[in-house]
Design a protein around this ligand. Sequence first.
Ligand SMILES: [Zn+2]
Length: 238
Amino acid sequence: MLLESITMTDFQKGLKKTKTLIIPFGTVEEHGSHLPLSTDTMQVYEVVKEAAKRIKVFVAPPLHYGVLTSTRNHAGSIGISANSLRMITRDIIKSAYVKGLRNFILISGHAGNIHMSALKEIGEEMIDEFDDIKIAVISEYDMIRKESDKFVETKDDGHAGEIETSRILHLAPHLVKGRAKEEYPKLPKPFLVRDKVKYWKGGIWGNPAKATHEKGKKLFLFSVDRVVEIIKRIEKIR
Ligand SMILES: [Zn+2]
């Protein structure tokens, strides 16, 4: 049940079947010169929509903005602060709680540390505040990582590389503009640098040339299965 397309009445009826809400989180973020800025949003929202065809669950419209760190200086990247993410996530959960929802799955297509921490912080805050809710916080990218290691050829593939290019080739091939070159960031850790583009020109972490539609499809289906499992588990655990 996608909140974007159901009615008030559908919502009331749906509540008798499930009290679980999935909230997908994405970004407007550079994904190299070949993938759309909404790559993270698209990956996670398509997975969640497919899962919702297989099991009764409410799905919130995705939040299209996230907290960006190493990609935030690149062209097209439009991020929000961790504080904004915390505030909006808290507001959405509280409002959905008042409407009768009790299980919340926060799943993010963007795996940045600060971004994920902000979501976890609010999850922790909410379970302290309401004693009858359950919350799961998931980085979708980390969830599929072990599975992807089985067939993804690029050893250190992270951002807009083999994995993400494969996934968009599967979900929206018309949005893939050729293939950017293999690249890895050269950020001089542990230092935080002001001009991140200087150390990471193309904004790619991995090798897009190894991407295929089939790999993308495998990862998509694996991810859908995991999400369905998590929905079943959150409804059972105490
Ligand atoms: Zn991404």
